[in-house]
Ligand binder design. Structure first.
Ligand code: APR
Length: 178
């Protein structure tokens, strides 16, 4: 059964899914934005595990516990270096590697934020094009994933992602009320 991609507005740390993806830096130091919400709601264990992993290659993705979050685990997508910005190349590769980490664990449900579009200053429309096309590419081959959520933080971002999905697939976007 092919996976379904959903678009919704909300706080990604509230989702009860197998994994939520963190908009991480490659030092795996949880700062503000998505990472800050994960740190606050997930508790200290997540940063402790990140510290044990240490820094990862730019564009890579690492898995930790979900701590006190409803999500089973957190996949940290390193699309930027601390204090630097996200590039298209590193956004693409960290999205792809997050999907590979999910496959390695046989996960069924995963939620992505709009990686790079906050502190890292990446344009929302370019982010939507890159992240959605990476997911569509990934789903061309067999996957354990059944539901993939894009969790946007405001109406404008949600609209951009839904419109981009329509452009890329000529299909209307599915919205999930979580
Ligand atoms: N749920 C969903 N989306 C959120 C949430 C949330 N709780 N909080 C913020 N966002 C949105 C932002 O509005 C933005 O559109 O997620 C997008 C990514 O923003 P950031 O979290 O700032 O991530 P990014 O721009 O990739 O910067 C990452 O910032 O916090 C540090 O440690 C982090 O170094 C890393 C960098």
């Amino acid at each position: 059964m092919p996976a379904t991609i959903y678009f919704m507005k909300g706080d990604i740390t509230e989702l009860e899914v197998d994994a939520i993806v963190n908009a991480a830096n490659n030092e795996l130091i949880l700062g503000g934005g998505v990472a800050g919400a994960i740190r606050t709601k997930g508790g200290p264990r997540i940063q402790e595990e990140c510290d044990r992993i240490g820094s990862i290659r730019l564009g890579e993705a690492a898995v930790t516990t979900g701590g006190n979050l409803k999500a089973f685990c957190v996949i940290h997508a390193a699309s930027m270096e601390m204090g630097d910005v996200t590039t298209a190349k590193n956004l693409r590769s960290s999205t792809r590697n997050s999907l590979l980490r999910a496959e390695e664990k046989g996960l069924k449900t995963i939620a992505f934020p709009a990686i790079g579009t906050g502190i890292a200053g990446f344009p929302m429309e370019d982010c939507a094009t890159i992240m959605i096309s990476e997911v569509l590419e990934h789903l061309k081959s067999r996957s354990s994933l059944e539901k993939i959520y894009f969790v946007l933080y405001d109406d404008a971002a949600l609209k951009t992602f839904e419109e981009t999905y329509k452009k890329l697939t000529a299909r209307p976007a599915a919205t999930e009320k979580n």
